[in-house]
Design a protein around this ligand. Structure first.
Ligand code: ISL
Length: 544
């Protein structure tokens, strides 16, 4: 067996730069701030840092709308700050993954400005169309395509007398990947960052990179829940999502990444981001040349999900994954509610246990290692453009602000995140008692200490390379075995029910009076019942 690469053995830790650490007192996090918090990544044994966008941007979508993808936004610092952060990451033996946004740029990007003005060279950098002419002489969009953030995906431009496509905000025009110049420009941008020394990319919103060239109508869907609130749900996006041409572009980026790998022996990692309706769609991205597509199956679990439901989510990926590919798990990110809010705080440790002990690469969104809950953000304080669209009555149903609140470091002003009087999003109200420092120093088990221990345990060969087999599964219990012959065997048993459960593993074909003795070497804290003997036919487990 080939040795595992760094992206297989590391925990990937997502840092949302606006909310991690502010170093200059403007209430917004920045690169020097992140640099000053690298000890935290070491503490939890996260060896790869995925940096959400820090590119120059008007911040209509908080950086996912870059106006220059080879420059740093001044709110986050300078290119020098970036180089310093990267150097520090590398000097700790850690890796850095950038967020790469191929689908669109900001409307303020110089390419779009030139395209809008009809400058020959840039005319076809974006997706333009005349639209249809109505009887009364007005132009209307050519089809029913909807933007992810609502309404038509087409925006009229007086200057050019044409519509352009935007699958996200109208300030995020879609690039035209049928133009080889665009592929070349974006490939050069990747090269720019590879030359600076980054170790990989998270490729954003790959599902929308291509649209069918003949602008076919998307299929209307009747009665899908949420469609009245969110127009995007009223269509099946057959012609605007998951187009096969995506494969070729990502394969090209794989070649580029491999060029660098061959040069210096440091593997360059690619992970794609695409929410999929079917598991087949999700698996398609394993074949694009990316090392893996993010697996969002655990992101959508909620409080009503018991052991069997957890098992379905996990088996879905494990049984459909192409042979020879590598699994991965995600429980949260900057677009989704916090896991503690979705599942309840009592399931934080259970979720982090799944994340870290299942086979494959875990990705943790900053704050999930603390079991942070969503914050409530008033409509006045709402920042997310997606949330704002829905108005004061319903913004909370979709707003992505609640999981984007600042990291909680300690009990000082703004939890040590910033010394500004007002931070860009409110700091969680519980920060005085609930923060990283408190969880590190506490006597008993805390989500942070538990996370750290599991993350260290995950370094054992059995968790890296061992087999995986679901064991007892019922409406409460989800359990599995990790085994590496000649090394060790682990049972991981979790109770996703609401009351204490008695588990009899003897019924699962294990020796009736088998005893498991927890080995003190595995854990650092006394509270894990280290040394206590557990009978396999009588295990009592509290929920979580
Ligand atoms: O948010 C989602 C589901 O909860 C997604 O459908 C998401 O909009 C989509 O996967 C793309 O997300 C990414 O690109 C967006 C940006 O707003 C998101 O923050 C980013 O993660 C546009 O660049």
């Amino acid at each position: 067996e080939p040795p595992l690469e760094w992206w297989q053995t590391s925990v990937i830790y997502q840092v949302y730069p606006r909310s991690f650490q502010d170093s200059n007192g403007d209430g917004v996090g920045d690169l020097q701030g992140i640099r000053s918090r690298l000890d935290h990544l070491e503490y939890i044994n996260a060896r790869a840092l995925w940096l959400s966008p820090m590119y120059e941007s008007p911040m209509r979508d908080f950086g996912y709308d870059p106006s220059n993808i080879t420059n740093i936004d001044p709110i986050f610092g300078t290119m020098e700050d970036f180089d310093e952060l990267l150097a520090d990451v590398h000097s700790r033996g850690m890796k850095m993954i950038l967020d790469f946004i191929p689908n669109h740029t900001s409307d303020l990007h110089k390419w779009f400005q030139a395209s809008k003005a009809g400058v020959e060279e840039y005319k076809d950098y974006y997706v333009w169309t005349d639209g249809n002419l109505t009887a009364n002489g007005t132009r209307v969009p050519p089809n029913n395509w909807k933007s992810f953030f609502g309404d038509s995906a087409w925006e009229w431009v007086e200057e050019r007398q044409q519509f352009y496509l935007h699958q996200f905000l109208k300030e995020q025009p879609d690039l035209n990947y049928r133009n080889p110049k665009v592929v070349e420009e974006m490939t050069n941008a990747l090269r720019f960052w590879l030359e600076r020394g980054v170790d990989g990319f998270r490729i954003d919103a790959v599902l929308t990179m291509f649209e069918s060239a003949d602008l076919s109508l998307n299929e209307p869907l009747n009665n899908r829940p949420g469609a009245e609130l969110w127009q995007y749900e009223s269509l099946e996006h057959i012609y605007t999502s998951h187009q096969p041409e995506t494969y070729e572009v990502i394969a090209k980026w794989r070649h580029l990444a491999d060029e660098y790998y061959q040069k210096d022996g440091n593997y360059r990692f690619l992970v794609t981001e695409a929410y999929c309706e079917t598991i087949q769609q999700a698996m398609y991205y394993y074949h694009t040349g990316a090392d893996m597509p993010f697996n969002f199956d655990l992101v959508f679990l909620n409080r009503t999900c018991g052991g069997d439901c957890v098992d379905r989510a996990i088996s879905n990926w494990m049984t459909n994954m192409p042979i020879g590919k590598w699994p991965n798990w995600v429980i949260g990110n900057h677009d989704n509610k916090r896991i503690a809010t979705k599942m309840g705080t009592e399931f934080v440790n259970a979720m982090n246990t799944l994340l870290l002990l299942l086979p494959g690469t875990p990705t943790t969104y900053n704050g999930e290692e603390l079991g942070l809950t969503n914050i409530e953000v008033s409509y006045e304080d709402t920042q997310d453009p997606f949330g704002k669209r829905f108005g004061p009555e319903r913004y909370h149903e979709v707003s992505r602000d609640p999981p984007r609140s600042p990291m909680l470091w300690d009990s000082t002003h703004s939890s040590g995140f910033s010394n500004a009087t007002k931070t860009w999003l409110p700091v969680h109200p519980d920060y005085e008692i609930f923060n990283a420092e408190a969880q590190r120093k506490a006597e008993g088990v805390t989500p942070l200490k538990m996370y750290r221990d599991l993350s260290l345990l995950r370094q054992e060969a059995t968790f890296q390379r061992g087999t995986f087999k679901p064991l007892l599964v019922d409406e409460n219990i989800y359990s599995f075995v990790r085994e590496l012959e000649g090394e060790s065997l682990y049972y991981v048993i979790l109770n996703f029910g609401s009351t204490e459960a008695q588990v009899d593993l003897a019924e699962q074909g294990l020796p009736e009076n088998g005893l498991v003795k927890l080995n003190s070497g595995d854990f650092h804290h006394s509270d894990y019942n280290v040394g206590k003997e557990i009978k396999l036919n009588k295990i009592s487990l509290n929920p979580g």
